[in-house]
Design a protein around this ligand. Structure first.
Ligand code: NAD
Ligand code: ZN
Length: 360
């Protein structure tokens, strides 16, 4: 028997360019089923008073729902949004549009799936558990780095675990890449979410799952990240390049896997609620034994962009919390296998991981 290869979906339509957001009305028009089937826009509430909200092409019964990205998305939050939409409209929406960073993009994917599938959202956390296609959904990133705009997962915090809805129906039907939308991202956030992309590249390129498909995207994304975070680009050029780095970084891990930084970052996030990008940075700087060149470059990026990472984050953890963190990290078997190979279990121990956490 030969190898079983995964056959994965890609985003079938993408529009790219400064100001391309203003073509959204034309893009949605042919997708509108009838006047009673609205388009629902899930928008990061950071835009509440910004001109962007006024540029959303509302028609008929369309609705804007402002959502805070202060906390990472939860399965219960998706259940509540779906109930709210079902209560407000007699017809299933014509489309769901997510506008924001990884948090809003993942919420939009999950809501689109759950409008067409029964039961609770947490039931679909895992791999290929979704039976029916999602409602048409559009992703419009306003923050670059996660790759959530291209990926086939929607990462959600559930009642007992943080896990993605990984399915062929998760991927967006349409993505709008308008680099101008990332103009007002605060500098530290820009760096942390940008480093999510950089770390995706390092983990993919240094992993044992690497193949020419992933490498071709990973190398391009890495090159773009180095230009953005170590070069001296004009700001608007940097925004364009980081948006494309995120896209390629996401494509790179689609056909491989992330690694040790992500495993440990999940532990931090689970116990302390540390945001994904920051958590990756906190962990990554202590992974020089595993990713020597990547960590060296990362230190340069921190310095060049004058970013100070918090210290002593794990200083006051109880043994019990530390143990939970270690267990969450060790539970991510495919990430460890990608990083260290099939015999990874003989190369890591709870003590070793606890030792890294204590340095954070
Ligand atoms: P985010 O969406 O959580 O947003 C971070 C902060 O930036 C928020 O305060 C938000 O309001 C703000 N922000 C966003 N756009 C802005 C703009 N244009 N101007 C000003 N402020 C803006 O951050 P993120 O790092 O993009 O996403 C993190 C989430 O993505 C996590 O939940 C993580 O699990 C998920 N993720 C998903 C995938 C995937 O493939 N689905 C991959 C990696 C990470
Ligand atoms: Zn990531």
């Amino acid at each position: 028997a030969g190898t079983k290869y995964r056959n994965f979906p890609m985003v079938p339509r993408v529009i790219y360019g400064k100001g391309s957001f203003d073509q959204l009305g034309d893009i949605l028009m042919p997708r509108r089923k009838h006047a009673e089937a609205p388009v629902i826009f899930l928008v990061d509430d950071v835009f509440e008073d910004s001109p962007l909200v006024g540029r959303i092409p509302l028609l008929f019964e369309d609705q804007i729902i402002l959502i805070s990205a202060d906390e990472e998305p939860k399965t219960g939050q998706v259940d509540a949004l779906v109930a709210q939409i079902r209560d407000s409209f007699a017809s299933t929406p014509s489309g769901i549009v997510g506008i924001g960073g990884g948090t809003l993009l993942d919420l939009a994917k999950a809501v689109a799936i759950m409008l067409n599938n029964p039961g609770k959202t947490s039931r679909y956390q895992g791999w290929d558990l979704v039976a029916k296609p999602a409602v048409y959904h559009v992703g419009i990133p306003t923050l670059s780095g996660t790759g959530a705009e291209v990926s086939r997962t929607a990462v959600l915090l559930g009642p007992d675990r943080k896990l993605g809805i990984n399915s062929d129906y998760t991927t967006f039907d349409q993505v709008v890449l308008d680099p101008d939308l990332t103009r007002d991202v605060p500098r530290e956030q820009w760096f942390f979410t940008g480093m999510d992309c950089y770390i995706h590249c390092v983990e993919s390129l240094q992993g044992t799952y690497l193949n020419a498909f992933s490498q071709s995207y990973g190398e391009k994304a890495l090159e773009l990240c180095e230009e953005v975070f170590l070069g001296d680009l004009p700001e608007d050029v940097g925004r364009e390049k980081l948006m494309m780095a995120s896209w390629h970084g996401g494509m790179s891990i689609a056909y491989s896997q992330v690694g040790i930084a992500h495993a440990l970052s999940y532990g931090l996030s689970y116990v302390l609620g540390t945001p994904h990008g920051l958590g990756n940075c906190l962990v990554f700087r202590h992974l020089g034994d595993y990713y020597p060149e990547g960590v060296r470059q990362f230190q340069k990026m921190l310095k060049k962009n004058r970013i100070d990472l918090p210290e002593g984050v794990c200083a006051d953890l109880t043994d019990h919390d530390l143990e939970t963190m270690v267990q969450v990290a060790l539970g991510m078997a495919p990430l460890w296998e990608n990083a260290l190979g099939p015999d990874w279990e003989s190369r890591v121990s709870p003590e070793l991981i606890a030792g890294i956490y204590r340095k954070i």
